[in-house]
Ligand binder design. Structure first.
Ligand SMILES: Nc1ncnc2c1ncn2[C@@H]1O[C@H](COP(=O)(O)OP(=O)(O)OP(=O)(O)O)[C@@H](O)[C@H]1O
Ligand SMILES: [Mg+2]
Length: 95
């Protein structure tokens, strides 16, 4: 099971470009289940996936995979357990 508990992420803190991308996000995904995340452009869907993949550290909250807290793990270490397909393979950040 993937358990995302109360994660938060703000980009460019303290600048004119500050964006609160994730605020109090909690999701539980059972093994072998499908989850569909819906939201408007810029609502944070890709940021959730990036947070799970470890593209950046989250400001608050935890990410637990099969009972193991991976919140502080590097993206490289998570890659053994987490796979994803980018919408645009030439622009990986823009899922
Ligand atoms: N690495 C980043 N640096 C700065 N801001 C970012 C970064 N990643 C995402 N954002 C900002 O966070 C917000 C959420 O973006 P995100 O890409 O997660 O939205 P989305 O729901 O995936 O949108 P879309 O439907 O267009 O794919 C946006 O305001 C975006 O500009
Ligand atoms: Mg997206």
């Amino acid at each position: 099971m993937l358990k995302i508990d109360n994660i938060q992420k703000t980009f460019n803190v303290g600048t004119v470009n500050e964006v609160k991308a994730l605020e109090n996000i909690s999701i539980e995904v059972e093994e072998s289940s499908w989850v569909c995340v819906l939201g408007t452009n810029g609502s944070g869907k890709s940021t959730i996936l990036n947070a799970v993949a470890g593209s950046f550290p989250v400001d608050e909250g935890s990410i637990v995979l099969n009972g193991v807290d991976i919140t502080k793990w590097s993206e490289n270490n998570r890659a053994k357990y987490i796979g994803r397909v980018f919408q645009n393979p030439f622009k990986p950040r823009g899922l």
